[in-house]
Design a binder for this molecule. Structure first.
Ligand code: NAI
Ligand code: MG
Length: 493
């Protein structure tokens, strides 16, 4: 018999190397069609009688409707918080308080997958980020501050420390569950009770957290979660029986809040906008720096107050850095937030998408060179391609103003002195990044940058033990670590 000639097998490189879809399942997620307010340990229909929709920004479809708290509802929530502060929480031994906080932390871990999926559905962030960053860090904050509850005597050794009373907490839509954890954990660990308002586009994980809080047996009224938009937040700010306002959001609203509480006894912390300088020196590990630039600006669609939105590249390496950056941008996958391959999910809302588009127009009109990756984006939902501007100047609006989207402004520099001058020439002062091989250069630059958090040879790293907050128009007060306890206590001298 004639031997059959073996067919030669060749690898065909001329095919598409796209990833197959890898969608995370929604089957385990339990959501109600309608959510009431969480006041005094119970879900209660709003006195206002009003509800509003929260949608999925990737599909534009309604997920659920959520109560809109009016002035009477805010009053009920504050009353519940005051009552539980006076009669229960402030009377309870600190070690007992910490047990509840540990319990909340563990319950978040147990239901991490459900939280991650809901976070991505309600706000548009990629599942990889909600699963690996938002949810584990939220649990870590509760764990960390649970440990502080019975150590208040060490907050200011030798001095008496006591809670303020009722804290009103208003949070934004970019890290909904994580911001709830940042706010609630230190406040209740240090003996306060709280009324928390999530942002109107992303209320669902806070309401899920309310379910966990209810199951944890935390005494009624220690944590109250009320939903609504700016008017609800304003009613909290003006409420006379709130001792402290903790706010994270836009600089404009931060200023309104500051004006509203001037001359009252209320304390406040404000974590506002940013426009961070990410500085690449010629001696940096270039490929690593390119990854850091990508992570700095495209993490969470650029909806990050500490995003590295101003890139400064030393002139001698600017051509290669920009070329590698553009190549890397081409590989980013924009699309379904629930797909595990997705790098950039949906823009949080139509309003925010319009704002980003408007800024890109402004950048082009100002004479900037706009580059966008050529990736496909879904036809439905709010999506935006990774974008960068070169040929911009210090005075360009895309350089000076917070865009809060996947848009990077690139400038070059020659000397250390020049880049420090340029980096500080901005109304904000929240964060920054420095990439260099030289430790001495890191110290020289970081000690002169006016920013609350500066990363060296990395970017966007967070830890509950580490303080976070800004200078200038980026706000005041710190969250995280021991610093995060201080704004919630009175220290007797
Ligand atoms: P925003 O500041 O209006 O919203 C943040 C929170 O404040 C939400 O819970 C909102 O309901 C509440 N709020 C709104 N008006 C209020 C008022 N008068 N009194 C009390 N609470 C009030 O932010 P918005 O309009 O959603 O986003 C606009 C821009 O703000 C973004 O494009 C971005 O540049 C910036 N921003 C910055 C954030 C940060 O983390 N630094 C977070 C969110 C937005
Ligand atoms: Mg939503």
């Amino acid at each position: 018999m004639a031997k059959k000639k073996k067919k030669e097998v060749k690898v065909n490189f001329n095919t598409s190397w796209e990833y197959a879809p890898a969608p995370e399942s929604k089957d385990h997620v339990r959501l109600k069609d309608r959510y009431d307010l969480f006041i005094n340990g119970k879900f209660t229909a709003p006195v206002s009688g009003k509800y509003f929709d929260t949608i999925n920004p990737a599909t534009e479809k309604k997920i659920a409707e959520v109560a809109e708290a009016g002035t009477d509802d805010v009053q009920l929530a504050v009353k519940a918080a005051r009552n539980s502060y006076e009669h229960t929480w402030s009377k309870m031994p600190a070690r007992e308080r910490s047990k509840y906080i540990y319990r909340i932390a563990r319950a978040i871990q147990e239901r991490a997958r459900e939280f991650a999926v809901i976070e991505s559905m309600d706000g548009g962030k990629p599942i990889r980020e909600s699963r690996d960053v938002d949810v584990p860090l939220a649990a870590a904050h509760f764990f960390y501050y649970a440990g502080w509850a019975d150590k208040m005597d060490y907050v200011a050794p030798g001095k008496k420390v006591h809670a303020l009373g009722v804290a009103g907490q208003i949070i934004p839509w970019n890290f909904p569950l994580l911001m709830a954890a940042w706010k609630i954990a230190p406040a209740i660990a240090s003996g306060n009770t709280v009324v928390l308002k999530p942002a109107e586009t992303t209320p669902l994980t806070a309401l899920k957290l309310a379910e966990i809080i209810q199951e944890s047996g935390l005494p009624d009224g220690v944590v109250n979660i009320i939903t609504g938009a700016g008017a609800t937040g304003a009613a909290m700010v003006h409420h006379p029986d709130i001792n402290k306002i903790a706010f994270t959001g836009s600089t404009d609203v931060g200023k309104i809040i500051q004006r509203a509480i001037a001359g009252t006894q209320k304390k406040y912390t404000l974590e506002l906008g940013g426009k961070a300088a990410n500085i690449i020196f010629e001696d940096a590990a270039i490929d690593q720096a390119v990854e850091g630039i990508i992570n700095g600006i495209f993490f969470n669609q650029g909806h990050v107050c500490c995003a590295g939105s101003r890139l400064f590249v030393q002139e001698s390496v600017s051509d290669i850095v920009i070329r590698k950056l553009k190549d890397r941008m081409e590989t980013l996958i924009v699309g379904d937030p629930l797909d595990k391959n997705t790098d950039i999910g949906a823009i949080n809302s139509k309003d925010q998408l319009d704002k980003i588009k408007q800024y890109v127009k402004i950048g082009v009109n100002e004479g900037g060179d706009c580059y966008q990756s050529s990736c496909a984006i879904p036809s439905k939902g709010y999506f935006f391609r990774p974008t960068l501007f070169t040929n911009v100047s210090q005075s360009s609006r895309v350089v000076q103003e917070e865009i809060f989207g996947p848009v990077l402004a690139v400038q070059t520099f020659r000397t250390v002195e020049e880049v420090i001058e340029k980096a500080n020439n901005i109304p904000y002062g929240l964060s920054g990044g420095v990439w260099t091989d030289k430790g001495s250069k890191i110290f020289k630059v970081t000690s002169q940058l006016r920013a609350g958090v500066i990363w060296a040879n990395t970017y966007n790293k967070f830890d509950p033990t580490s303080p976070f907050g800004g200078y200038k128009e980026s706000g005041m007060g710190r969250e995280g670590g021991l610093h995060g306890v201080l704004p919630y206590v009175e220290i007797e001298n």
